[in-house]
Design a protein around this ligand. Sequence first.
Ligand SMILES: Nc1ncnc2c1ncn2[C@@H]1O[C@H](COP(=O)(O)OP(=O)(O)O)[C@@H](O)[C@H]1O
Ligand SMILES: [Mg+2]
Length: 289
Amino acid sequence: MTNQAQKLAEIVGSQHIGKSVKTKFIAVTSGKGGVGKTTISANMGYILAQSGAQVGLLDADIGLANLDLMLGVKPEKTILSIMRGECGVEDILMRIDKTLYLIPGENGGDILKFRESYALERFYDEIKKLDFLDYLVVDTGAGIGESVQTFLKAADETIIVTTPDPAAITDAYSMMKTLSDSPKRLLMIVNQTHSDREGDRVFAGIAKVAAKNLPNIEPILLGSLPKDDEIAQSVRGRYLFAKESGGLRTGARLNEIARKLLRFMERGVLETKRGSGFGGFFKRLLDQF
Ligand SMILES: Nc1ncnc2c1ncn2[C@@H]1O[C@H](COP(=O)(O)OP(=O)(O)O)[C@@H](O)[C@H]1O
Ligand SMILES: [Mg+2]
């Protein structure tokens, strides 16, 4: 084994080296910031990993509360270091839990700037080391900017997070609109609700307008999560609420949402994506221009 392979084996376990599964890429996004994307990405990733699946969390939203902060780690290098050819996957991958890993990122725009680089082929090759992952959850950041859109178009599944706040709903709808040039299933989570009825009502409102104006879009409600001090506290305390309170109300709710997500993914993606695995994902990402 080379030093690099050895280092990777220490992080992910040697049985996974060189293993290739069909990684499912799940993008978590929103129209408006501060709705709970990072909180949901981190905890959902943890829940998916609890079933034994190998799960990566890619931080493509370097904002105020990043995934690394929420997970209580301090990365020194990011995916950009790999793109620049400065290091390998094993130098940035951080193990968070048994089968949960953080892939420290940059904001999406910085990642996409690299699309013109001569080092891309090398990068695609290097990133294939992550092909052992069953799921990659991408925290994409908010907004209808080019970089977020690009991530969403490359992903297998897109989860849009909104809150009952009218501004968040309006922005979530704008987001759906920008994705509506081709058929797309959009999974929604209504976060910070005061009741399930409120979550259902918010979704019904969005679905109604979408049915009328966006024939390509199929919105699906994954579920709603209550506004809960337990969640706010977990973010402040830098622990995963799904880990510490799996049996409690909010942990259990997110569990249900994750199970529903798995069921949808099992039904298969709407269209077959060009190229599979990580090389394929980043090719889809960077080739869109
Ligand atoms: N269900 C919830 N109940 C209470 N507070 C929440 C909930 N979801 C998120 N928050 C809080 O909202 C803030 C923003 O969450 P965050 O995940 O960083 O949003 P985003 O990534 O969309 O910007 C965090 O401080 C977090 O504590
Ligand atoms: Mg965030």
